[in-house]
Design a protein around this ligand. Structure first.
Ligand code: ARG
Length: 469
């Protein structure tokens, strides 16, 4: 341990070390360094620097020759990184200084002019916004593919009856199409949350400099437009200290992950031997090393598990941010790992879920049997009493309850009761009442807006295809 506290033999940083006699202790270097993770921002960092250099030349702050040298150098660095030839060095701390020091190796003194009217504070805020922006688009497209898979399945099973649950107790029959369409709605809201956050993110902090703006005659509108932002940010302090875009990204990611986890949980339940509602393909399940009969829904379980990370990532950054005075604090360097992890985790989970839904086999016969079990049409008979006999619903509920009790005592289904047995409970019941006991009748009758009838489900699918695909 003591060794770690020694001052390193390294000299002070050539980039910021003007007033430093010695380099950092090894432990300081270790806690300070971010290149291992922020190298993922290389493309955005170079893009930002190129826009900045172009603006510096356009406003006459640097010469056209210097700009040309800078642009050439940056292009070369990008090519080196893409080719895997670039050596990232921890002594240069982060991506910004790794790029800048290589630039100075390549083009000499002109490299030192790139950082005019800019600081790493506005630079990293810009890079990170660009990265999160792309991540939002990428995840949005993946969620769209998942919606497409769900829509195909829903269409195929618009008429497939199954039990609908509340409290995981059989409640009323629904269709598999309707059930899957519920998730199309959820992932649609997720997409709109990312799209909404993306609009607020789309302001450019570049040119806020360290915190106060700059005395150079920069054109922030030019750099904002060149980088695809709608406008520059309005307040320099806020520009360098704001991480709302990262928090919003992870909030949307956490909610999406929760949706995935709920669907994963249903797959785990539905594939169990007690349910057998669906089966998953070989591609997304594993066997057991000891029990030959097993097919485990590992992918679904891991999608469910990984939600914890995404929620944790959001929590981590909320806690990093909560005590920070304006403007930039180094705490904010810890914003990247949670965002990268949340993005990677969510992408993997969406991909796994899309694969599972595409391959899933629905056991319609099992679902049909289960749809009627547990007296799931008891509400339908109560509704019939209201409609045909004019009974108040509360009284009708009581009648249906007594019918359920009788069937339960006899160990049969509601549809197995004779008309005489039913009339002994409520004389108003007729043969007509018995037809509402079928699960197909039940689902077909639920035609209220947003209801489970196959006609509604087909309409909802058509609407959703137009809205989301
Ligand atoms: N690596 C730093 C980060 O990610 C860049 C900004 C550093 N700024 C500073 N003043 N030390 O936050």
């Amino acid at each position: 341990m003591t060794d770690n506290n020694k001052t390193s033999s390294q000299p002070a940083s050539t980039i910021w070390g003007g007033r430093f006699a010695a380099g950092p202790s090894e432990i300081m270097a270790k806690i300070n360094v971010s290149i291992d993770f922020d190298k993922r921002l290389y493309a955005q960092d170079i893009q930002g620097s190129k826009a900045h250099a172009a603006m510096l030349a356009a406003t006459g702050i640097i010469s056209v020759d210097d700009e040309r040298a800078i642009q050439g150098g940056l292009d070369r660095i990008l090519a080196e990184i893409q080719a895997g030839e670039f050596v990232f060095k921890t002594e240069y701390e982060d991506i910004h200084m790794n790029v800048e020091s290589r630039l100075s190796q390549l083009i000499g003194e002109a490299a030192g002019r790139l950082h005019t009217a800019r600081s790493r504070n506005d630079q990293v805020a810009t890079d990170f916004r660009l990265w999160v922006h792309d991540a939002m688009d990428g995840i949005g497209a993946m969620l769209q593919a998942l919606q497409a898979a769900l829509l195909d399945r829903a269409e195929q099973h618009a008429d497939t009856v199954m039990p609908g649950f509340t409290h995981l107790q059989a409640a009323q029959p629904v269709t598999m199409g309707h059930h899957l369409m519920a998730y199309v709605e959820m992932f649609g809201r997720d997409r709109s949350r990312f799209a909404d956050a993306r609009k607020r993110l789309n302001e450019c902090p570049l040119g806020a400099a360290a915190l106060a703006g700059t005395s150079f005659p920069i054109d922030r509108f030019q750099t904002a437009a060149a980088l695809g932002f709608d406008r520059p940010t309005a307040n320099s302090l806020d520009s360098v200290s704001d991480r709302d875009f990262a928090l919003e990204f992870m909030t949307a990611a956490a909610i999406a992950a929760v949706h995935l986890s709920r669907l994963a949980e249903e797959l785990v339940i539905w594939t169990s031997a007690q349910f057998r509602f669906v089966s998953l393909s070989d591609a997304f399940t594993t066997g057991s090393s000891i029990m030959p009969q097993k097919r485990n829904p590992d992918a679904a379980e891991l999608v469910r598990a990984k939600t914890g990370r995404v929620i944790g990532d959001l929590t981590a950054l909320l806690i990093v941010m909560k005590g920070l005075p304006l403007a930039y604090s180094k705490d904010m360097q810890d914003d990247k790992e949670p965002v990268f992890e949340a993005a990677d985790t969510l992408e993997l989970a969406v991909a796994a879920m899309t694969g599972m839904i595409r391959d899933m086999r629905v056991n319609a016969e099992t679902l049909r049997k289960a749809a009627g079990a547990g007296f799931t049409t008891a509400t339908d008979i109560a509704d019939w009493c209201v409609r045909a006999v004019g009974m108040p619903f509360r009284q009708a509920h009581h009648v249906a309850g007594r019918l359920v009790k009788l069937a339960e005592d006899k160990g049969c289904g509601l549809e197995d009761l004779s008309l005489d047995e039913m009339r002994a409970i409520e004389p108003g019941l007729t043969e007509d009442a018995r037809k509402v006991l079928s699960v197909d009748f039940s689902v077909a009758s639920r035609t209220s807006h947003g209801g489970t009838s196959p006609t509604n489900v087909r309409q909802a699918i058509a609407t959703a295809r137009k809205q989301w695909l």
